[in-house]
Design a protein around this ligand. Structure first.
Ligand SMILES: Cc1ncc(COP(=O)(O)O)c(C=O)c1O
Length: 404
């Protein structure tokens, strides 16, 4: 194994774990990534030495906690190349970010408005828009995908019109690994006067994201899929858009002045951060971003892509394996089926060999219906996966095949 891969792997203590008699092969990175020691230590250090509430303290610990928390915001701003820290809102993750946007856009929608999503969205990028459509009378339109799992850009062109208020779309599909042509989606949508939200849950750990170049109006990701803790995520929004949107959750921190008659609201980004935030989570996410900044990501990402290609090639050689989807550009995810067996059973039999994959609908039930499948088995890769992991996966799948 190349030295760089060995060093990276040694940063992730969980990779040494055994599942029964087998060393863990972790291929469920699309669900959540593992955490490097640096992040684990940052969390321990925060709670051991700093723990305090932020923005309101008159003591040393509060000052230090506030500095760490705001530093983390600054790191996120640099990580996605936003213009200002005011554009970075801490949320619990992509799900909360999308719910936030869907809530604050309510007043902008009426029964003439249209929202466009695609057939391959995660439930988190479907249901909040359905609820918004119900509340406001807006129409939810769904852009088609091809059988290969690519976005039908002509269908998007046909669906866009002057009533389209928002296009909400994944950067990378969590079920098929499709890299969507979001540059084109953003340009087309803006040409029709629509705002664009990008669900970056499956993108940020694998691709460089520059919100200035993309020119998207909103971009969201979860810390736990980027080697950070659970319960922390990011909503990026263009400052001029966020500034005129109303707050959503109300309480402490998001206010300027409160009387029983009236309340005025805090400035950005605090207007959208009611209550005590996940301070340790933000510190952990900031540390994960630091961790990524210190390693040569281009080599590791290239190696990760080669592993995905190797796994695809080897899976295709096995009789009775169906690879689900054949996207033009694939990022880190392979969905497959073994003829004659249910995805859930395959997942269980792989787990018995220490191989962690995901089996089921992957929170994309409408996509599974579109593909006429009960679900898939999903192997998803990260920068710490190795060739040995692919070999174990292929051996594991062959063994499962011999059982069924
Ligand atoms: C594409 C996509 N969107 C949204 C989500 C929801 O993310 P979270 O559960 O971190 O809010 C996921 C999680 O798997 C995802 O893959």
């Amino acid at each position: 194994m190349p030295q760089i891969k060995q060093t990276i792997r040694s940063d992730f203590p969980i990779l040494e774990r055994k599942i029964g008699d087998n060393k863990l092969v972790y291929l469920d990175n699309a669900a959540t990534t593992q955490k490097p020691l640096q992040v684990i230590n940052a969390l321990t250090n925060y709670y051991t030495n700093v723990n305090s509430n932020v923005h309101r303290g008159a003591h040393k610990l509060a000052d230090e906690a506030t500095e760490l928390f705001e530093d983390a915001r600054y790191k996120v701003k640099c990580f996605i190349n936003a213009n200002a820290t005011e554009e970075i809102i801490f949320t619990r993750g992509v799900t909360e970010s999308i719910n936030l946007v869907a809530n604050v856009l309510t007043a902008d929608m009426n029964d003439e408005s249209e929202i466009i999503i695609s057939e391959l969205e995660h439930h988190a990028n479907i249901v909040p828009w359905q609820l918004l459509a119900k509340r406001s009378g807006a129409k939810l339109k769904v852009c088609r995908i091809s059988d290969d799992g690519n976005l039908d850009i002509y269908d998007l062109k046909n669906k866009l019109n002057k009533h389209t208020k928002l296009v909400a779309i994944s950067h990378v599909s969590n079920a098929l690994g499709t890299l969507l042509p979001i540059d084109e989606v953003i340009k087309l949508s803006h040409a029709n006067g629509a705002k664009v939200l990008i669900d970056g849950a499956q993108a940020v750990a694998h691709l460089d994201v520059d919100v200035k170049i993309l020119d998207c109006d909103f971009y969201t990701f979860s810390g736990h899929k980027l080697f950070g803790p659970t319960g922390i995520g990011i909503l990026y929004g263009k400052k001029e858009i966020l500034e005129v949107l109303p707050p959503w959750q109300a309480g402490g921190e998001m206010i300027d002045r409160v009387t029983f008659e009236e309340t005025t609201f805090n400035q950005l980004p605090y207007k959208f951060e009611a209550g005590t935030p996940n301070i340790a989570g933000a510190v952990g996410l900031g540390t994960a971003i630091d961790y990524l900044a210190r390693i040569d990501l281009s080599d590791l990402r290239h190696a990760e892509h080669l592993l995905v290609l190797m796994a695809l090639e080897e899976l295709r050689k096995i009789d009775g394996i169906q690879i689900v989807g054949n996207p033009s550009y694939r990022v880190s995810i392979i969905s497959f089926l073994i003829e004659g067996s249910h995805p859930q059973d395959v997942g269980t039999l792989l787990d018995q060999q220490g191989i962690a994959v995901r089996a089921g609908h992957h929170c994309t039930m409408p996509l599974m219906n579109r593909l006429n499948l009960p679900g898939t088995v999903r192997a998803s890769f990260s920068l710490y996966n190795s060739e040995a992991d692919v070999i174990r996966l292929i051996k594991g799948v062959k063994k499962v095949k011999s059982f069924v």
